[in-house]
Design a protein around this ligand. Structure first.
Ligand code: UD1
Ligand code: MG
Length: 453
């Protein structure tokens, strides 16, 4: 048996999520780039939970794969007979567990870890705890409190009397209890209610019969938002973005138009970096202090070092590593490429599977031709090299330090030597008066053809 102080979480995710009308299970839809279930798992883990049990539907294999890959234990609720029945499905997985548990719903991505921590703290004082919030929304169960502020019972809105329906304290669905007793109460639940379901919300009544009182922890309604439809998914995303933007501003990030910037759950923006309007951060981005991301840039899984300037209209894809003071300008795409300190690629360029040395200058329209339809190859560009505009660098190819590539060249084969000039341009040919003669000839032809008509 484990110690009575250990913490576990039972996350209910066996619902069908039919209102999403999606092939992807509801809890795997993403908010700020992370599945909804991942947000719940991370929040309980941050509240000191060591063991996470995710309750899934028989068809929820992809949910089990996701949760198991992140260290959770998954169980199957074979038929959806209610939230109390779902929680009870975790019992075998916690048979050896003598600690405390919190039950949470897998579709509530906005619950803060502090709220889970507060429910454990209140449970330690009282015996049990639930989380409640103020709302007049009829879809929530009503929390009926005793005069001393402890819980009398929770009544589902559809089962409630007119008086009970006027109560605005609502049940969030989060419940903390000692695990062995909790499962005992679950096994005593009945389904004698309007839905014919085993309600988790009846557990506190059974606890009261065993003289275990239940505290009520109050939280904000926005935190308790559940995702059931595309509209609610978008609303939860908006709330998460609001939080991420406020956190960035509080960390002294220069967000010029915060409402237009889209962040991921793990975006690292160091203080004193500047982010212009309409910038999108996919997962895995770090922007260091003093760097600037100009408007309409799109970044994912990349690092921008101190003082670098990106955009406007730049795209940094996975593996882009932009050195200190480097410039990546408009319509430049960078993938799996390390760009050295102070290097510049300011216009209309693709750098993929490459390295660009410090201080190199990549001219407008330069393309690393990294793919032959089967394999990818590398392009190495040395420090201080100069790549003339509209050059195609056919990988694998190396341009040594300080070399110049003439504009309009297609470079393939052996390495271009240090400090060399290399170009593949066709020689220039100029015919004096040709254009004048051509125009005269064509004008004559045209007037003759008109006369014939
Ligand atoms: C539940 C609460 C209600 C509360 C509301 C908050 C009960 C009886 N009612 O109602 O008091 O105000 O949440 O949002 O608990 N699930 C399963 N297996 C099942 C049934 C549900 O895993 O057999 C899961 C669902 O996937 C979902 C969660 O439990 O994540 C909640 O179920 P749902 O049917 O949405 O409960 P509500 O009717 O909203
Ligand atoms: Mg619900």
């Amino acid at each position: 048996m484990s110690s009575t102080n250990e913490r576990a979480a039972v996350i209910l995710a066996a619902g069908m999520g039919t209102r999403m009308k999606s092939a992807l299970p509801k809890v795997l839809h993403r908010i700020a780039g992370k599945p909804i279930l991942g947000h719940v798992m991370d929040a309980v883990a941050a509240a000191g939970v060591e063991r996470i049990i995710v309750v899934t539907a028989p068809a929820g294999q992809s949910v089990r794969d996701y949760a198991a890959a992140r260290g959770a234990h998954c169980v199957i609720q074979h038929s959806q007979l209610g939230t109390g029945h779902a929680a009870a499905a975790a019992r075998p997985a916690l048979a050896d567990f003598a600690g405390r548990l919190v039950v949470a719903y897998g579709d509530m991505p906005l619950v803060a870890s502090d709220t889970f921590a507060a429910s454990f703290a209140a449970q330690a004082q009282t015996g049990m705890a639930i989380v409640a919030f103020n709302s007049t929304n009829p879809s929530y169960g009503r929390v009926i409190a005793e005069k001393d502020g402890r819980l009398a019972r929770i009544v589902e809105y559809r089962d409630a009397s007119a008086d009970e329906r006027r109560v605005t304290i609502c049940n969030a669905g989060i419940m903390a209890a000692p695990a062995p007793q909790f499962f005992d109460w679950c096994s005593r639940l009945s389904n004698d209610n309007s839905q014919g379901e085993y309600y988790l919300t009846d557990v506190p009544l059974l606890a009261r019969q065993d003289r275990v009182a239940c505290a009520i922890v109050m939280a904000e309604e926005t935190e308790m938002m559940g995702v059931n439809s595309r509209g609610e998914l978008a609303a939860a995303e908006a709330e998460m973005q609001r939080r991420l933007r406020s956190a960035a501003l509080a960390n002294a990030v220069g967000l010029q138009a915060p409402d237009t910037v889209f962040l991921s759950h793990d975006t690292v923006l160091e203080s004193d970096c500047t982010i212009g309007p309409y910038v999108v951060f996919g997962p895995g981005v770090t922007v260091k202090s003093g760097a600037e991301i100009k408007a309409f840039s799109h970044l994912e899984d990349c690092v921008v070092h101190e003082g670098a300037i990106i955009g406007p209209y730049a795209r940094l894809r996975p593996g882009a590593d932009i050195g200190r003071g480097a410039h990546i300008g408009n319509f430049v795409e960078v993938k799996a490429t390390k760009v050295g300190d102070g290097a510049k690629a300011n216009h209309l360029t693709y750098l993929g599977d490459a390295s660009v040395g410090a201080g190199a200058n990549i001219g407008a329209g330069t393309i690393t031709c990294n793919y032959d339809g089967f394999f990818k190859y590398r392009t190495e560009i040395g420090a201080g090299a100069f790549i003339g505009s509209n050059s195609a660098l056919v990988a694998p190819v190396t341009i040594a330090d300080g070399a110049y590539i003439g504009a309009g060249s297609t470079i393939s084969g052996s390495a271009v030597a240090k400090d060399a000039l290399c170009f593949t341009r066709a020689p220039r040919k100029e015919i004096q008066g040709w254009a004048h003669d051509f125009r005269e000839r064509k004008a004559k032809e045209k007037s003759l053809s008109k006369k014939e008509k």
